[in-house]
Ligand binder design. Structure first.
Ligand code: SAM
Length: 329
């Protein structure tokens, strides 16, 4: 109930601000901007700024990672906005990547045009091959839930040759981007919610889910949906970052529907990838985004020093990968 009320308040505030109050806000900006500045300086002088900033951090954490409806609403708009801001086709993946422990971090040979997003493709390769270096998906019908800008699924189609591949994402802008960008005959994209998939029962051989489930409001509903659409011997390859002390609850939900065939802690591989990829990520933000968005984007970028990087390094969050087999009913 509390969550629903908060969600309602956020929607009302955003609608009111954007439709009615925006002109008023602009006209009165000298007044409220200077008031905010005075409050900020006062808090700083009284030594209270860190307490306030901690509280804001907690609210942010709850909104983006712990709430139900607000989380879904915020992430959807975040990804839609990101796609508006970055319509460029050279950016096709949105995960933190996977690097092996070597001088270069390379695991596979890639085409020249895939090199710039190497580590993100390596994560897809690692997952789609069932944690192996080689493999293929010939004859298989695969689905990716949370397909984002589609680069990962397109990589899998080009290199592992499934019979067909469907990407599902609830961000309309991204689905349109994918439909424009990938035109192979056996790949398609559809707008849909992970918790209510637009897919028939018992029709899929493998579901991929890469760094997406942290956005979902109802994780159990999502896992139930994957079990519903998979064929009886279907596989579910899932990877994401998870707060360490929430792993037991996370796995308890998985075990209601799936047997864990294999589990890998890939936190170190993801950290390595972020190290190798840090400059590219920072350059993208620095050169392609408006100045007002950079701080927020750096927070999500995973670059060294960002919140998620620090959490993975301290192991308060883990990056885990699961190979799951549907439980026989
Ligand atoms: C971090 S991105 C990862 C995208 C892609 N898997 C990749 O690695 O490039 C997370 C994606 O999950 C999608 N997503 C979040 N919540 C979703 C939901 N409830 N249903 C479908 N897609 C969702 C977002 O729109 C976003 O594209």
């Amino acid at each position: 109930m509390l969550e629903f009320c908060l969600w309602l308040v956020i929607v009302v505030i955003i609608t009111t601000v954007s439709v009615i109050a925006l002109p008023i806000l602009i006209i009165t900006s000298p007044l409220w901007a200077s008031t905010l500045l005075v409050i900020y300086l006062l808090l700083k002088a009284l030594g209270l700024s860190s307490i306030v900033s901690n509280k804001c951090s907690q609210i942010y954490d709850w909104l983006f990672f712990k709430s139900d409806k607000p989380r879904k609403f915020l992430w959807r708009n975040f990804y839609n906005a990101l796609c508006y801001m970055f319509p460029q086709e050279e950016w096709k993946t949105m995960n933190y990547g996977y690097a092996v422990s070597s001088e270069t971090g390379h695991m596979i040979v890639l085409a020249k045009e895939e090199e710039s997003e190497r580590f993100s493709y390596q994560l897809y390769h690692f997952m789609a091959t069932g944690f192996k270096k080689t493999g293929n998906l010939q004859g298989q019908i695969i689905v990716e839930v949370g397909s984002g800008r589609g680069g990962g699924l397109a990589y899998v189609v080009r290199n592992l040759k499934p019979l067909s591949a469907l990407g599902v994402d609830y961000s309309k802008q991204q689905v349109e981007f994918c439909k424009r960008t990938y035109t192979y005959p056996n790949i398609s994209f559809v707008e849909g919610d992970a918790e209510n998939l637009p897919i028939k029962d018992d029709s899929v051989d493998m579901v991929l889910n890469v760094e997406s489930c942290h956005c979902y409001g109802n994780f159990k509903k999502f896992v139930g949906e994957i079990s519903r659409v998979l064929k009886s011997d279907g596989r579910f390859m899932l990877t994401d970052f998870i707060v360490a002390d929430r792993v037991p609850a996370f796995e308890a939900v998985l075990k209601e529907f799936f047997d864990i065939s294999e589990k890998k802690d890939i936190t170190q591989n993801v950290l390595l990838s972020l190290k190798f990829d840090s400059d590219r990520r920072m350059n993208l933000i620095q050169n392609r985004t408006p100045i007002c968005c950079r701080k927020l984007l750096k927070r999500f970028s995973g670059s060294e020093g960002s919140n998620i990087y620090i959490e993975l390094e301290s192991r308060s969050s883990l990056y885990l990968a699961y190979n799951l087999v549907k439980k026989s009913s």
